[in-house]
Design a binder for this molecule. Sequence first.
Ligand code: AMP
Ligand code: GLY
Length: 420
Amino acid sequence: MRVLVIGSGGREHAIVWALSRSSGVDKIFCAPGNGGIQELAELVPISVNDFDGLGQFALEKEVGLVVVGPDDPLADGIVDHLQGMGLKVFGPNKAAAQIEGSKIFMKDLCHKYRIPTAAYETFDDAERALTYIREQGAPIVLKADGLAAGKGVIVAETLEEAEAAIDKIMLQRAFGDAGERIIVEEFLAGQEVSILAFVDGDTVRPMIEAQDHKPAYDGDEGPNTGGMGTYAPVPQICRAQLQQAVETIIEPAARAMVQEGRSFSGVLFAGLMMTTDGPRLIEFNARFGDPETQVVLPLLKTDLFEVLLATAEGRLDQVELQWKEGAAVCVILASGGYPTSYEKGFAISGLDQVDTLVFHAGTKVEAGGAVTNGGRVLGVVATGPDVATARAKAYEEAVKIDFEGRHMRSDIALKAALPV
Ligand code: AMP
Ligand code: GLY
């Protein structure tokens, strides 16, 4: 079958890589793709927002399955549009993607179906929000409603930081219209873990758990990014707690969406905090995580194409997932200055020296070779019998790659790799 993957990040490179290993896939197209994906797929220069253009292309090329990577087109209804043109699509429709697209929708769903999450209040008025945070005190968490590329969240350690955040989100509109309404949320303490699950109506197939590192610098300092590195599994979290998270959060959410007439099909990704009172939901995403996917898919033994097709055809209940032994670690190489301002177009050296998986994110290939073309540039992924071994290998390979301003955290997966 011919498959069209939509997106251009490291996540999409990992998806294309896994699909390229399936005997059921004859050809992969990727729109718009990046400098690494072009080695495995034919790049198609159509924007992820041009639903008609993508649909026409897929029909012309007789694509049997379209796989949507990023959140924006999902929230804007790409799945409904392409299905309307007669295509088979992996991903949630617009109504179901609201679980990520609107934090307020997600919070209301949790409240109605008793899904454990942080206590919260919403405000569309900055003065009221300020009064409320002064009553509550710090630490406290502030979130813009709507999508803000994973960066619309501020964990304020002090009241002054919280006040500055309200100014930034609601008055200066640092995240655009996503800052029209704000959620003020109880701070949850604990270890964070991401559980991604394939979901088709009320059928849930959880993937191996992963841990992301969102802040830009070592020791979780600095501004939040899209994610600076990941590892899977997360051995320091007990298996019973992970099972509890699936049973009290992900499965009830899938059932709730069916009851609400918004049956979910695709990847439901739960960002969780493992608190002393049990797992709590931080957020749902309606798609594969980036860079979680880069460590989860290399550990998946089952053919990814078979799982995606079964989900898109509403028969996920016939599929069981199998996992490889061992662990995977992904270290992100980012542009200097990311997540704020950074320059692009720097030559990348050393890619041919590397002896492990490298998933490209912000790269493009020019006559002279690969150059940087985004904030997160590359994800260097290594697998091994345990997290410590995979981590050592990932860093050993990552340092071989260089470009001007290259920045990586040096403590990815350290929590899991230290002797206990
Ligand atoms: P989100 O975009 O909602 O995943 O939030 C980004 C990051 O902010 C999360 O990965 C957490 O590290 C942190 N965060 C979000 N909500 C909370 C909360 N209620 N308590 C503590 N940390 C949080
Ligand atoms: N790594 C977090 C995300 O994909 O939103």
